[in-house]
Design a protein around this ligand. Structure first.
Ligand SMILES: [Zn+2]
Length: 418
């Protein structure tokens, strides 16, 4: 893309050499530029106008703008650029500035238009993205505000180079050139770098949010809060910790300030909690699976909405280093339509086996409260489960329930207490 060294040296005289070294061009001597007088007559405000000048080069980017390009034309604008001859001087604008060829060294996409004294972007002309309609500079209108071309803060060239639309166009251009040169890569590998970076950013952001979900869960801290209508967000513990974390988590901070979908709604919170539930239960199942046998413990409860549900736990022995440990893990609540023995038995076996993947051939023990539905020897849940899995014959009347019965009965016998 760059000019040959010999050409550069011949083109810039001794006085202009120092200017070439600087990113910010200074005002040249007018007498040096024979074409200046013609070009400075161009009003700087009408930046999109094309001036009729004695340039009819194939490489002038003006020829490629504002229309759909053929493959050949795309190849041409991407691979070629207009190059000045030895005598050419870049014209000076009304602010005493002019284009600096050195800018092209770091920016191979720059295409100077000699007929328009402005610069375009080859990639964005070859593969314009929709957003360029609202940012036409470098794409359909040439850029010529040379004073603000460079610089970290106001530098338009750097800004364009880092813009999402340019990066997308650049990616497409690179892919296009590889394809026309027969160097196309497999589709699976051809997902653009920009896209992959976006995926990485999104993942990092989700991990940051999920981290808050896990921390609150660890401490049994409720997520909920009131919805603040004016601020459009929830004033709960979850939101509080998200805001706090964004103070030092740059990924999260950027996400909260720029993303359209923030992934913080109560619905999404519940989804995250549900995903954590799946992960935790899978881990329990795997640990329980390492044990030879396990027992199931079930109790029927009614929640605040008067819905009957089963709480299901497993009890098993695991080996931690050199020690054996008895584990009792809660697996989840299961809603049930009715509370008869058949329904409860089906719910236990279906969830434990089919839904959660526990190996029921290892089921040996059952533990429930003392009600007939659960413990009935003829058609209680324990008998029904035993009919399906005969090895699950060790039934224990839950010790906690028994203790409760003892205390209640004892208290009833003590006149002062009852
Ligand atoms: Zn561009």
């Amino acid at each position: 893309m760059s000019f040959k060294q010999s050409k550069l040296e011949t083109f810039f005289g001794k006085t202009t050499r120092s200017r070439e070294d600087s990113e910010e061009p200074t005002q040249p001597s007018l007498s040096e530029a024979p074409l200046t007088s013609i070009l400075t007559n161009t009003p700087s405000t009408s930046s999109s106008s094309v001036i009729s000048l004695p340039f009819h080069h194939q490489e002038d980017p003006i020829k490629f703008i504002d229309r759909t390009l053929s493959e050949n034309e795309r190849k041409q604008i991407l691979e070629h650029k207009w190059e000045p001859d030895n005598k050419f001087e870049y014209p000076v604008n009304d602010k005493g500035r002019r284009y600096n060829l050195k800018w092209e060294e770091k920016r191979p996409w720059l295409r100077y238009s000699p007929s328009n004294d402005s610069v375009f972007c080859a990639c964005c002309i070859a593969f314009p993205v929709a957003v360029s309609e609202t940012h036409p500079e470098f794409v359909t209108i040439g850029f010529r505000d040379w004073k603000n071309a460079t610089g970290d803060k106001r530098g338009a060239l750097e800004k364009h180079s880092k813009s999402e639309r340019h990066q997308l166009s650049q990616e497409k251009s690179e892919m296009f050139l590889m394809t026309v040169k027969g160097k196309s890569i497999p589709v699976t590998e051809s997902i653009s770098k920009a896209y992959q970076e976006k995926v990485q950013r999104n993942r990092a952001c989700l991990m940051s949010i999920i981290d808050v979900v896990i921390r609150l869960g660890h401490r049994n801290i409720a997520f909920r809060g009131n919805w603040l209508k004016d601020e459009g967000k929830e004033d709960g513990n979850f939101q509080y910790f998200i805001d706090w974390k964004a103070n030092f988590d740059d990924v999260l901070k950027l996400h909260l300030s720029t993303a359209q979908h923030k992934y913080l709604s109560p619905k999404v919170q519940n989804e995250f909690i549900h995903l954590c539930e799946l992960e935790i239960r899978d881990a329990i199942r795997d640990r329980c699976g390492e044990s030879e046998f396990f027992s199931v413990m079930v109790d029927e409860t009614t929640d605040v909405a008067e819905k009957a549900q089963l709480s299901i736990c497993v009890r098993y022995v695991s080996k931690e280093r050199d020690r054996y440990e008895v584990n009792e893990d809660f697996l989840g609540f299961v809603e049930v339509e009715r509370t008869d023995a058949e329904t409860l038995c089906d719910a236990v076996l279906h969830n434990l086996g089919q839904e959660w993947g526990f190996d029921l051939t290892k089921l040996r023990g059952q533990g429930y409260d003392g009600c007939a539905t659960m413990t009935g020897a003829i058609s209680g849940v324990q008998k029904r489960i035993q009919d399906v899995w005969p090895e699950a014959k060790y039934f224990v009347h839950c010790n906690s329930h028994r203790l409760n019965l003892v205390i209640v009965n004892t208290c009833n016998k003590v006149v002062e207490a009852s």
